[in-house]
Design a protein around this ligand. Structure first.
Ligand code: FES
Length: 258
């Protein structure tokens, strides 16, 4: 069954507009219509100048994060019907706290700069280790928590600390920093902890927890930040503890055959 929805979009073209304004569009919808497909419908049939980012359409690339009804989320996997109020309306805005390039597209430069700041790449040993690295189940869970992040920016731009302080590293980068700090293959955990254990890093988090609420992947950046802050307080012991753990964990080939 086809229905009509009213899509209210916050628009802004800095080349011609003095300030942002709201524009409404009516679109036909079915239960399968997503918010992204509604935006594409508008762009194809009503206003080709409407500007937004999207790529994968499968909640993988992270490019389509926007604010729907004042909450950050991905639009490609969000059913339009789930977003409508009783009047059949939904509001769509660009991610907050970031400069708007045009309409729903924001400038993510600072987001990526903060990500780069934590050196998110793995720094492996220069020599091949004699044995495989060993990881505890709890560490695997933490690694998965950080690996699942698609860097969409929903958590970053929902964070009130980011709103007031662009020097703050941010939940996205701190989550990825923890990924490397707890990875037994990485060789620079102390250097990483020195980078993030500052008042612009893990100690700046106010535990507002908006990041958890905003994450479209159901991750918990706040928990990762708390853990990072804890590790930062005992920085010198982290490497020793890691080495001891490697000694005590049993490798698969050492499990006695029953
Ligand atoms: S288009 Fe890739 S996450 Fe939505």
């Amino acid at each position: 069954m086809t229905q009509t929805a009213t899509i209210k979009i916050r628009r802004f073209n800095p080349d011609i507009d003095k300030k942002p304004y709201w524009q409404s569009f009516e679109v036909d919808m079915t239960p399968e219509t997503t918010v992204l497909s509604a935006l594409e419908n508008i762009k194809a049939n009503q206003d080709g100048s409407l500007t937004f980012r999207r790529s994968c359409r499968h909640a993988i690339c992270g490019s389509c994060a926007m604010m729907i009804n004042r909450r950050n989320t991905l639009v490609c996997n969000k059913p339009l019907a789930d977003t409508l109020n009783k009047k059949g309306e939904v509001t769509i805005e660009p991610l907050p706290y970031l400069p708007v390039i045009k309409d729903l597209v924001v400038d993510r430069t600072v987001f990526w700069e903060q990500y780069e700041r934590v050196k998110p790449w793995l720094v492996p040993p220069t020599e091949t280790p004699a044995k495989e690295f060993r990881v505890m189940p709890a560490e695997v869970a933490a690694l998965e928590n950080a690996e699942t992040c698609i860097m969409c920016g929903a958590c970053y731009s929902a964070c009130p600390v980011v709103a007031g302080n662009k020097r703050y590293i941010g939940p996205h980068a701190l989550l990825k920093a923890l990924l490397r700090v707890i990875d037994p293959r990485d060789t620079i955990p102390e250097e990483r902890l020195k980078i993030v254990s500052t008042t612009d890093g893990s100690y700046r988090c106010h535990m507002v927890l908006n990041c958890i609420d905003a994450c479209p992947k159901g991750l918990d950046p706040a928990k990762a930040i708390a853990r990072l802050a804890n590790l930062g307080l005992r920085m010198n012991g982290v490497v020793t503890e890691r080495e001891q753990r490697q000694q005590t964990l049993i490798a698969v080939d050492e499990i006695p055959v029953q």
